[in-house]
Design a protein. Sequence first.
Length: 496
Amino acid sequence: MSSAPANSPEFNPSRGLHFQISDDRLTATMSAKLGWLVGGDLNHILLLEYVEAAGLHRDRIDVKAVEEAAIAIQTAIKESDKTKSQLEFIIARGIPAKQGQSGWIKFFFQRAQRVVLKEDGSADFRNINKYVHIKEGEKLATLFEGIPGEQGIDVQGNPIYPNPIDRPKLTLGKNVLPKTVQDPENPDIQIKEYYAGLSGVVFSTDNSLTVSPELTIDSSIGLGTGNINFEGTIRVKGTIEEGAVVNCTGSLYLDGNVESSEVTVGEDLEVKGGVKGKGKGVIRIKGDLHSKFIENAVIEVDGDCIIENFILGSKILCLGNIVLTGESSSLIGSDVIAFKGITLASLGSSAQMDTSVEVGFHYKNDRLLNEGTQMIVELDKELEAVLPEIQKIKEVVQRTRGKLDEARKQKFKDVFDAYSKKSKTLELLKSKVEELKSSRYNNENVKLVVRNTAHPGAIIKYRRQIDKLVKAQTAFVMNFFPQQEKAMMTAFKSGK
């Protein structure tokens, strides 16, 4: 072996060898600066020691590549014109994750549409389906649950997770018959088909399916009928009397009024009369609400709120649009929030009763944000309380140099596992809370349309913008956008 050239540095593999892991963590490259490797014997055994010391997992090291690198380095340093050069070798390879295939659901019936607001603020009811009738044996939906990916491993032995896939599930209610078949378009995968077990009404969400016959009540709901709990559509010829409890998973159609606050509706609520509450309790509707008026009620509606005449002394939380359709319709002495838009004839009153409207706010996501924030505080406290025990365990392990009996090993493992599980839960919760901070607000254009008059004292809210009217405003539209400084009032022009 030739001696080191004059003035060359001493043999120093620690300075001559550098290791770089790729951004995708699937390859590790060794750079050899030959000037620091002259004058010594860098055989493949010594080189392998340096490779292992670089934090690479033993199973991922390409031993043959290391042997070839050792030969190449020894050959190069024998040539004096190459001692100032640098050689690179890929000496470790990971296993990439195998990506999965997202699932999907296809429905074969016309699903209900939400009301659409036209440019002038009026409502377009053309595409609204009250409910969908189906026949026995009719195909309702097809589900492909997806194929999960396979985990890979990086050059340091850490797992590489495949991208998450959509794994939709269908929760089946009554009278839905499942069948597993091969996908005609892709025979290598299986899909599930769902059929109606009887003729009736189909109710669906994005992940549930139920077929139910209708329930018709030829009287009011009260002492004579008892409370009602029904999986399907209910048609009532009379009124829901005060104190009666009604819970239906389908739609509820009333010829009379809603006078009880203990009403929960899984789809639409359509009232030919009005909703008259006592200012207590909450009426919850997962679909749309149609009524002539609302008075002294607290209502949460996930769809649209379509009212003909007035909303008085009430609190409405709505994830769709709030539309008062009548030419003289009014919102008085009430507090309403709509995730989408609000359109009405008159806002507030000349008596200046407290009236507040807010657009673009998702009340449910705000609740989840508050609940999640509280859970984070509680989990942080729980984890902090465990830290002293964790520290004690580490000290015991160090003193005994890891020589513990099986019982203590298991005990320590249980403590660490519980801590790790709570830590992961906390991180997931923090991520979800961050998402909810933005999803509390509608990121699309929302509007307030007043077709006639907004009276002094009425309050209009959008994000950080709060306007309290000090004088009457007539026939205007306020368009709200997420990044704007302040929404301006523009003249309302009737579509007639």
